[in-house]
Design a protein around this ligand. Structure first.
Ligand SMILES: [Zn+2]
Length: 167
């Protein structure tokens, strides 16, 4: 019998020896390599049996319950409140509008360059209206981003003295 075939049965041999054919069991008993393999598998399984997930802190449940009750009381908050909470929760959020703005600028520059190339090749006067429109919308977006940032920073200051974040 080939050892490679036996090895597929080693786990069954450990967990439920009766399910393994008698010839497999007798081979493992006689073959040094297969019995060594079986011993190593058994050692691994014993290790996994001893491994235990760490217990959470004894205050975890009560802290979580307090937080849940707070959230339930705060539920009627409007959309603005929930947005502010989300902004607070994600500490890097004030970087995101900047990234979006930079991306928009890159697209704008890329698109403008492409339009210039096209117009110089065809000889027709450059159409700037689309670019101007883009610039306008970019300006509007920048204002929205500034407002979001002000909201974010103002909120962080408001909550610096509270004890809500000690979970
Ligand atoms: Zn063998």
């Amino acid at each position: 019998m080939i050892c490679r075939k036996i090895k597929a049965n080693l786990a069954d041999l450990l967990l439920d020896p009766e399910s393994v054919p008698a010839e497999v069991r007798s081979h493992v008993k006689d073959c040094t390599e297969c019995s060594r393999e079986l011993a190593s598998l058994e050692a691994t399984m014993n290790l996994m049996e001893d491994w235990q997930a760490p217990e959470p802190s004894q205050y975890f449940d009560s802290k979580l319950a307090v937080r849940l009750r707070e959230e339930q009381r705060a539920e009627p908050a409007g959309l603005v409140e929930r947005l502010r909470a989300r902004l607070l929760f994600n500490s890097n959020v004030h970087l995101r509008p900047i990234a979006v703005g930079a991306l928009a600028l890159l697209i704008l520059i890329g698109g403008g360059t492409y339009a210039d190339l096209m117009s110089s090749h065809s000889g027709t006067p450059a159409k700037t209206s689309a670019t101007v429109e883009d610039l306008k919308s970019l300006d509007d977006n920048a204002q929205v981003f500034q407002q979001l940032n002000a909201l974010d920073q103002g909120d962080q200051n408001d909550n610096s003295g509270s004890s809500n974040n000690d979970l």
